[in-house]
Design a protein. Structure first.
Ligand code: SAH
Ligand code: SF4
Length: 358
């Protein structure tokens, strides 16, 4: 909300708050629909160009409101341009990374939820770099809108000839989304709204390392987004070796929260497993994981470890990953192996650090 001469970032406001804010500025709430279309669907960032709004409204907005934009510090491309990583500078000079990945069927944006991350998972470049601050809802939604603009500017088309647009969002960039719960949910709600980018709820995945209160809150609020839980170890001891956060919320508490979420939403949960040679890729680990997931609607996503400078562990061999998958499948568990994209530009899972040389 407005205070003093500060400009209000319109992308920070949910539907109800936007209407209230317009009212406070003496603008009829009937203009909210047009305004949202400019903000989300058309990507207009200059109030003067919002021609369907009366001049008086445009002038009032220009005086009191702002819209998140980023400065592009660097663009890196891989896979013939189908994977693009952007280093974006925020208004206060902090930097985040956003990744745009196109395949024939999907156009996915991987968004950051924090500048850095306080949780320090040993194999993650973001965790190795430390924590700056939470991102605002506008900065989170703004990354998807930025990606949409990139597609628009490139005149990108899908395989079937239709204009390409963002179809999926994964909150798997820098940071832990459930430590920035309100901003993440406001951003996703705005993007999924039919007046926003109209992305399907199930096409949005929130990945958490196991912030238990956030999972309980998603369950009690019946948040319709897909949930991915970064497990990596199937015992408390194994998790503790990799994920300091396991000291705060034990594996037992985490699995309780997952059961609650699955029951409340009638949804399966994705469990992510970064496969590290000799650490968590053995038959005994597969057996422990199968046992742990017993009775939970689950799909396991195997992510071959991506290299980061701060961690000496190595990627499991393809054959080890394949065997691990077969063992899980033999226990009746659905498994997918995450396609590795953009490793050469450090755009893979856990490689985002906004470092000048990445
Ligand atoms: N903080 C959230 C989301 C961001 S990390 C979380 O941890 O879930 C997104 C995914 O990348 C997580 O599953 C994380 O464990 C994984 N990841 C982190 N570092 C990695 C690395 N070096 N190689 C492969 N996956 C990694
Ligand atoms: Fe943070 Fe996720 Fe990286 Fe862990 S893996 S340090 S929770 S971003």
């Amino acid at each position: 909300m407005a205070c003093g001469n500060e400009h209000v970032d319109l992308l920070n406001l949910d539907l109800a708050s936007l209407a209230l804010q317009l009212k406070a500025w003496g603008i009829a709430t009937a203009h909210a629909g047009h305004l949202r279309r400019y903000l989300y669907r058309d990507g207009v960032r200059d109030f003067a160009a919002m021609h369907e709004l009366p001049p008086r409204v445009r002038a009032q907005l220009a005086e009191s409101a702002t819209i998140t934009t980023f400065a592009i510090e660097r663009e890196s491309r891989a896979d013939d341009g189908l994977t693009r990583k952007y280093l974006l500078r925020l208004h206060d000079g902090r930097q985040i990374e956003t990744v745009l990945m196109r395949t024939g069927r999907r156009t996915t944006v991987c968004v950051s939820s924090q500048a850095g991350c306080p949780l320090g998972c040993v194999f993650c470049a973001t965790g190795q770099a430390g924590f700056d601050r939470n991102l605002t809802a506008g900065e989170i939604a703004g990354q998807a809108l930025f990606a949409q603009q990139v597609l628009r500017d490139a005149g990108a088309v899908r395989n079937d000839g239709a204009p390409d647009r963002v179809s999926n969002i994964v909150v798997m960039g820098m940071g832990e989304p459930l430590l920035n719960y309100d901003a993440v949910m406001t951003a996703l709600d705005n993007l999924c709204d039919p007046g926003g980018l109209a992305i399907g709820f199930k096409q949005v995945t929130i990945s958490t390392v196991g912030v238990v209160p956030g999972i309980f809150r998603m369950a009690s609020e019946r948040r319709p987004y897909s949930l991915a839980v970064s497990l990596h170890g199937a015992t408390q001891t194994d998790r503790l070796r990799l994920l300091p956060v396991a000291r705060t919320w034990s594996l037992e508490e985490l699995m309780d929260a997952c059961r609650r979420y699955a029951a409340a939403l009638h949804r399966k949960i994705f469990f992510e497993w970064t496969v590290i040679a000799g650490e968590n890729d053995g038959a005994e680990h597969a057996a422990a994981l199968a046992e742990l997931l017993h009775g939970i609607p689950a799909q396991v996503n195997l992510i071959p470890l991506n290299p980061t400078t701060g961690y000496a562990g190595s990627t499991a061999a393809d054959s080890a990953v394949a065997t691990f998958r077969e063992l899980l499948q033999a226990s009746g568990i659905k498994v997918s192996i995450r396609q590795r994209r953009g490793i050469e530009i450090a755009a893979g899972c856990g490689q985002l650090a906004a470092s000048p040389n990445a």
